[in-house]
Design a protein. Structure first.
Length: 103
């Protein structure tokens, strides 16, 4: 899986906004008696929804892969450096305890 860039995320958001705009237009058209334009709009919406679903699935798969890789890296580090990991955990716990105690 390739890394998702900010530009790709913005493009996905723009596509989802277009789907919403098309849905609003569909609602307005169905209030009247515009059969041909409704069917064309529905086809466009179905295509855009399909494209958006595919991109969202790619984003989800990419995020899952990154999370698994980070989890494996953390697991390997803990196994390779158990005492250092315990020290880091204790230090983080101490900092959190101090921050909570200040309230």
């Amino acid at each position: 899986m390739s890394e998702i860039t900010a530009a790709q995320k913005e493009k996905l958001v723009a596509e989802l906004r277009q789907v919403v705009a098309d849905a609003e237009e569909l609602l307005q058209l169905t209030a009247g008696d515009a059969r041909e334009s409704v069917s064309g709009l529905r086809e466009r919406m179905q295509q855009r929804l399909s494209d958006a679903r595919l991109r969202l699935l790619d984003l989800q798969a990419s995020a899952t892969e990154k999370a698994k890789a980070a989890s494996m890296a953390a697991d390997d580090y803990v196994h390779d450096n158990p005492w250092r990991s315990v020290g880091i955990g204790a230090g983080v716990g101490l900092l959190i305890g101090l921050l909570i105690g200040r309230r």
